[in-house]
Design a protein around this ligand. Sequence first.
Ligand code: NAI
Ligand code: 15L
Length: 274
Amino acid sequence: MTTTPTAPAPFNRLLLTGAAGGLGKVLRERLRPYAKVLRLSDIADMAPAKDPHEEVLACDLSDKQAVHQLVEGVDAILHFGGVSVERPFEEVLGANICGVFHIYEAARRHGVKRVIFASSNHVIGFHKQDETLDARSPRRPDSYYGLSKSYGEDMASFYFDRYGIETVSIRIGSSFPEPQNRRMMSTWLSFDDLTQLLERALYTPNVGHTVVYGMSDNLKVWWDNRFAAHLGFAPRDSSEVFRKQVEAQPMPAADDPARIYQGGAFCAAGPFGN
Ligand code: NAI
Ligand code: 15L
């Protein structure tokens, strides 16, 4: 299902990185109306192209030359690939930090004018759950992973200021079929709302570098999207319909990070090694 009755005119070619991942598999279907050709890429195995509207290309984001070849000929990039949870720094470094540099440098070289960056709430994860944040609130990364997304947002800002490449950085909350715990009652982003947000991010003119929190129309939220109002994102789903099943779970202890911090368990991950 698309979120508008008639999709806007499709791009000639869109690139989706992270296409083998949880969201990538969902977006592989949902992005079809927005591109004549959808180029799908991941380091992991993907289903083969099912028709001429798909191109499937394996690529390691840490490989600069491979990313440059991947980006050639695309009109816009939805950058969803990379390490998506807390991992040792060395793993995050190649996929996320070098990876996001390779994406932007390839975009510059190939004249790509728009990137949609799958950032994360873990950029601000060490803020407490009783705080309300907007896009200008200080970042408080909760992990090497969150740091890498923070760096990605700075990369986006730099490539706009220096080269005019526009980005919408989406600080995705928790995008899964359903909220999995009490914290996700605030952070949940439905797949329909994610799709609408991506449509707005692709088609809204003059976004510069816009930071938007990716959340559904949940009852109790921690984020204020006033600095992204120009996107016209109007989520339609709410985690409320799942409240009963979520609240059947035991309440976390008062000192559990899942109950204190916006980033939840990520705030207690690590250390790794010695
Ligand atoms: P996922 O882990 O299922 O997908 C990420 C994909 O990136 C995987 O298929 C993986 O193989 C690929 N990848 C990892 N290292 C790579 C490399 N070096 N080169 C090429 N590909 C590589 O994660 P998910 O849930 O689909 O998330 C997609 C994106 O959205 C990620 O960037 C994640 O950080 C971000 N995000 C997702 C949230 C969610 O709730 N699902 C919340 C916040 C952010
Ligand atoms: C993320 O950034 C992760 O990619 C995803 O797996 C979830 O953990 C999500 O944040 C979350 O905070 O719920």
